[in-house]
Design a protein around this ligand. Structure first.
Ligand code: SF4
Length: 365
């Protein structure tokens, strides 16, 4: 549920934080017609204009209001400058480091495969979940992103793609941070992103990836949020999972699986389980059998992802034969299963890797 306008006014000054209804309420409360809110909404969110004043056909009252409020700092915009932009060698992945107003840096990745363009979005600066193999987890938690800072990444991706005559169609919330740890801001951002008069990305084209934040999964189901859910599993016993995903100590497998069953039942939606394949850690046939057992009865699809190596973790990706055997066993057990290709390794495409790489270079300089 988006915050009421008064709370938004107290907590934020960015026009990009506002849902359509909040923007309308704001402008009407300032004596402008609701039609002006529609114009401002389409300027910011349909046209993705970084500077709304660059639109020449703004009506005089709306232009005056914007000039007055933006120049005084009463309201601001979220248009984070680009600190680093790295295309992968194969041209299919492009990773951007965006700088926020407090100098925090977040990563947004644009991935283009089979003519489909997907942006991978960050929801926090750093992450509190501490997954041992993840560069963002190794950095620790800094802060939650506001809705406007999340939406700004989508606009960045749209602008990049529009320049190439392409259109952004899919979003995955798999960048830096745990989306369900920043639930309210992510849901408000999604209300903005999926609004049909603005960015208009269909809810079915949005995937939210969680490490297993049980209260968030239950809330998604209760609120009937129409997005795809991906749960990062990586291990099928509490002991093994807690060793690589510390959040498992807070939400152990029995609780997580119960929440997933409840999600399946309440929403009728399939859950996508992610399994990062780490050589010798979780990639044996016994592991595959255990995961098949664990997911029994769930409407589940398993995505197998060979590990993206990080500086702070000594594990390496599974051999191709081990990955293929794992895949075969899960399919044989009746689970739809896909081996995901690791893309953009040369641009440090695992979440947090580009930022970590940049920090290392700074320290070395
Ligand atoms: S994998 Fe996701 S949840 Fe785990 S530490 Fe990294 S960003 Fe956080």
């Amino acid at each position: 549920m988006a915050l009421p306008l008064n709370d938004v006014k107290m907590n934020s000054r960015s026009l990009h934080d506002l849902t359509f209804d909040q923007m309308t309420a704001l402008l009407v409360s300032e004596g402008l017609a609701s039609l002006h809110a529609k114009t401002l909404w389409s300027t910011l969110h349909f046209r993705s204009l970084a500077d709304p004043l660059s639109r020449e056909d703004l009506s005089p009252p709306l232009r005056r209001w914007l000039v007055s409020n933006l120049s005084s700092g009463t309201w601001t915009l979220d248009v984070p400058p680009l600190n680093l932009d790295v295309p992968s060698g194969d041209g299919l992945t492009r990773k951007s480091l965006l700088k926020l107003t407090d100098n925090q840096e977040i990563e947004t990745v644009i991935m283009s495969y089979d003519g489909r363009h997907t942006a991978c979005i960050s929801t926090q600066a750093g992450c509190a979940m501490g997954c041992v193999f993840c560069a963002t987890g190794q950095m620790g938690f800094v802060r939650h992103l506001r809705p406007g800072e999340i939406v700004a990444q989508v606009h960045h991706a749209r602008r990049v793609l529009v320049e190439q005559g392409k259109r952004l169609r899919n979003l995955v919330f798999m960048g830096m941070g745990e989306p369900l740890h920043n639930y309210d801001a992510v849901m408000t951002a999604l209300d903005i992103i999926t609004h049909t008069s603005g960015i208009n990305i269909g809810p079915s084209k949005v995937s939210i990836s969680t490490v297993g934040v049980v209260p968030g999964i239950l809330r998604l189901a209760e609120e009937g949020r129409p997005y795809n859910l991906a749960v990062s599993l990586h291990a099928a016993t509490d002991e093994e999972r807690s060793a690589i995903v510390p959040a498992n100590q807070r939400w152990p497998l029995p609780d997580l699986l119960a929440a997933c069953r409840s999600y399946n039942a309440q929403t009728g939606r399939r859950i996508f389980f992610a399994w990062t394949l780490i050589h010798g850690v979780n990639d044996t046939p016994e592991h595959a059998q255990r995961v098949a057992e664990l997911l029994r009865g769930l409407d589940a699809h398993v995505n197998l992802i060979p590990l993206n190596r990080t500086e702070g973790y000594e594990g390496v990706e599974s051999a191709e034969e081990a990955a293929n055997e794992f895949h075969r066993l899960l399919q044989e057990a009746g689970y739809p299963c896909t081996i995901r290709q690791r893309r953009g390794i040369d641009v440090a495409a695992g979440c947090g890797q580009l930022k970590a790489e940049k920090q290392r270079r700074r320290q070395a300089a």
